[in-house]
Write a protein that binds this ligand. Sequence first.
Ligand code: PLP
Length: 395
Amino acid sequence: MPVPLLDVNAQNHSLESELQSAFNQVLRHGRFIMGPEMETFEAEIAAMVGVKHALSVSSGTDALLLALMALDIQPGDEVLCPAFTFFATAGAVSRLGAVPVFTDICPICFNMDVNDARKKITAKTKAMIPVHLFGQCADMDPLLALAKERGLKVVEDAAQSIGAKYKGRDSGTMGDFGIYSFFPSKNLGGFGDGGMLVTNDDTLAEFAKVLRNHGSKPKYYHHFVGGNFRMDTLQCALLSVKVKRYSQFTAERQRNAAHYTAELSKLYGVVQADPAHCKCVSTQDVWLAAQVAKIVLPVGYAHNTHIWNQFTLRVLGGQRDSLRDHLVAKKIGCDIYYPVTLDQQKCFENLPESSRSGCDVSHRVAGEVLSIPIYGELNEAQRNEVIAAIGEWLA
Ligand SMILES: *Cc1c(COP(=O)(O)O)cnc(C)c1O
């Protein structure tokens, strides 16, 4: 039986009649831009994550761009972002003429390494964008302390982690701004593109709101150049239906992750990442060798609530592509997030060498990662197929 990596529409089938009535309501009132469902959805997100202001926007990417615009990031400014993340994190920086400066990551949680971030701060550094990759928060306390010490703004890229928690705080709500994405493959998946910008700062929220709509305030008077970063009323109305089920969606993913962890860790050659080795790359290597590890399972730190946007294995010894080929032959969906780190992307080759240096852990991890199906509707028989196929490969 084939197991897809993701079935973005499976979640929507049982909600069909509710989605249709939400659609019909918008169709009847016809307020397609910034209609009443927009504010309702924004209030629902704000309440869910515990933040003062939530602004719906056209995508997670535009939310990042808008955040950086509202923070007045200028051409030539430097912004720290991890080398191992989805492209949009750094793309938003470049689009403003600013320079993304790539930091290395922790090989356990895949997130920004604060010690490396500290080394890469210069007089031009204005902000940092920690990413909460795969559904787990970066270690925010030391990052926020560093930002405060050096006067940097913080934009959390929480595109993959809406609802994840760090020491009880929600991902996206700890920095100056946080951004979420409703791209269909994200945990709160929409019906097209959409995103959200959140902040607890009244002034920043007000400025972002003006920039979202061409910098127009009052209407047709422009003190600033903004853009069209609005999210459709329809999209808001449909997502309002799903947001009410979000804790259930998360619980399903967590159940799947727990099942994988319990069963896969029984296989010889599989170990769970050890949070004690966070950032300690060399001791980790010695430890992994001693465990005769072939596959390292992802782990959620005790202080985090992981929402498992991806369940990402690390396959050691240059064997990642071999496992991938085996799973593909067995019709088990899997993919590599991400095969090329951002410091190695063609479009950044003209950036100063100093902004692309020292990302060794990121490079190694990009050659090791393989994500397997984790979406909520995956049933036990399907999970067992995935586990069995990995067991066959190891044997
Ligand atoms: C998906 C994603 C984005 C961009 O979100 P879109 O809504 O697709 O524009 C940004 N950063 C990360 C880490 C993402 O995974």
